[in-house]
Design a protein around this ligand. Sequence first.
Ligand SMILES: [Zn+2]
Length: 203
Amino acid sequence: MVQKKRLKTVISNLVLIVLAIVMISSIADAWRLETWKIGSSSLSFRVHQDFGTDSWGHMSQAAQKWNAEAGRTLISVSAIRHTNVNYPAKDSNNYIYRLDKGLKADYVGQGTIYLSSDGRTVIEADININTYHDFANSAQPNKYDVFTLVLHEFGHVVGLNHIIIKVGETTYDTAVMWPAQEHNKEKRDLKPDDKAGLAERYK
Ligand SMILES: [Zn+2]
């Protein structure tokens, strides 16, 4: 009886160890990179003037999150606003737009990134926040958090692709670079996979 119990414990411990190894390996390579990165000069974004001060501040903080992790300024948010409505436009300006692209556009936020001829360096980027959807500067039912969305879009600009953490049949939406935006949710800090992807991109 005692021996049987012991055997059971040993088996369950083995199962736990195997599970732990699977989790570690699938989390470790969860990030994916785009082909590009920010070159030696950083990108400064101008925010559309119809965004309120809180949204502007949150966008600025979102840029800082990536910069802090990279150890240098990759992107920044300018105090100068813009009034353009022609998204996207290759016009040597990095703009954050707020245009209603409807439900058909099938996105909450979208980035358009222009690359150097070798495809490796970002020379310009535009982001549109699709105002067909409702936004807030905090977690609110049926609304998207502006900070969370812009942090994600900036992640693409600095060279990260989407991150899907899957362990067995379960997916975890913890990463900032998780492909979907969710209502009533704040994800304002970079997670280990976001950080690992950035470190790989700028090593
Ligand atoms: Zn995305």
